[in-house]
Ligand binder design. Structure first.
Ligand code: SF4
Length: 331
């Protein structure tokens, strides 16, 4: 069955969820169709606050058309999109808007359309309606925290080409303190297992190494992945950025040290985890993107000298690549 046919067959389930929302462990049991909002703040329709062709995703995904939706059921203090989600005006994601975003993204060279949040799963009912209405979408990447129910995962089955799922923490205490979800460790491991069993070969798990959390989070997360999901590809992210909500925290308020990054990589290698390749910026196109909305470029230099570019332009990417390549070749 096509994505549109699969989505059409699940519209009754989607309507029932909206009328009495139990999509995730928050179990708000509110009527989103009648305008009520639960913990995630998502309404009956999806709303998009940002979209662009992303060259910084894992090599197997980039360039990827990233579509950012409002609504999230976690409260991670290091969230990259929390500020933009709060401050950027969001537009209702109608079939016409999604079609035009996808056409522009494909014209820019995107290989897939990736739904981000916030959290896309809290918008699943609306996205099922959009998928049913549109058809003919490029491969779908589901960039999710997987903090959801097994019914939600069942409703997703067959739709994404790739589940780009996070495993953020390695124990309940850190999950509660940092993201406000004490049941995270149990829930997300169960959802990861379910995806791995139901959709073999589609799971790419991201783990962002948090400063000061090697032993409590990175080690147990990697050990669990190696033991339970040996076939899943793992993307180990060592580019932690200090976001405003994390300032003042003894650990999250600082950058990762080079030693912490190396230790995380050593841990993964020691466990035999197959790591997914990081971004390949050779896919950045020479021609300027058509009709792309200007984004604020963010350049962050950490105390260790690491430079992070957020929303880089093509020219800035070229300069950064030239500088880093030169740095590698010099003693
Ligand atoms: S998806 Fe949102 S409204 Fe529904 S249960 Fe989860 S947090 Fe509550």
């Amino acid at each position: 069955m096509s994505v549109a046919e699969l989505a059409s067959a699940r519209l009754d389930w989607a309507a029932a969820q909206l009328a009495d929302c139990r999509l995730c462990p928050r179990q708000c049991r509110i009527n989103r169709a009648a305008g009520e909002r639960g913990f995630c703040g998502a309404g009956a329709d999806a709303a998009c606050f940002l979209h662009y062709v992303h060259y910084g995703e894992e090599a197997e995904l980039a360039p990827s058309l990233s579509v950012f939706l409002t609504g999230c059921n976690l409260r991670c203090r290091f969230c990259h999109t929390a500020i933009e989600r709060r401050e950027r005006p969001a537009k209702p994601l109608t079939p016409e808007l999604l079609r035009s975003i996808v056409q522009r993204g494909l014209a820019e060279g995107a290989r897939n359309v990736s739904f981000h949040g916030g959290e896309p799963t809290v918008n699943l009912p609306a996205l099922l309606r959009l998928f049913a209405a549109l058809g003919g979408l490029p491969p779908i990447v589901w960039n999710s925290n997987l903090y959801c129910t097994s019914e939600a995962i069942e409703a997703l089955r067959g739709l994404p080409a790739v589940y780009l799922a996070d495993l953020k923490f390695g124990n309940p205490t850190c999950a509660e303190r940092i993201a406000g979800a004490g049941d995270y460790w149990e829930v997300v491991r169960s959802c990861l297992r379910q995806v791995a069993e139901a959709e073999p070969g589609k799971l790419l798990v991201r783990h962002l190494v948090l400063p000061g959390h090697l032993d409590c989070c990175t080690r147990p997360a990697l050990e669990w992945l190696a033991a339970e999901l040996p076939a899943a590809r793992v993307s180990l992210k060592t580019d932690y950025l200090v976001m405003p909500d994390a300032r003042g925290d003894a650990q999250l308020g600082r950058f990762l040290t080079p030693e912490e990054a190396r230790e995380a990589e050593r841990l993964a290698a020691g466990l035999g985890i197959p790591l997914a390749a990081g971004p390949d910026f050779s896919s950045v196109r020479d021609a300027p993107p058509q009709g792309r909305e200007p984004l604020e470029v963010e350049v962050v230099i950490s105390p260790t000298g690491a430079v992070f570019l957020h929303h880089p332009t093509r020219d800035l990417t070229s300069v950064a690549l030239a500088v880093t390549q030169r740095g590698k070749s010099e003693p």
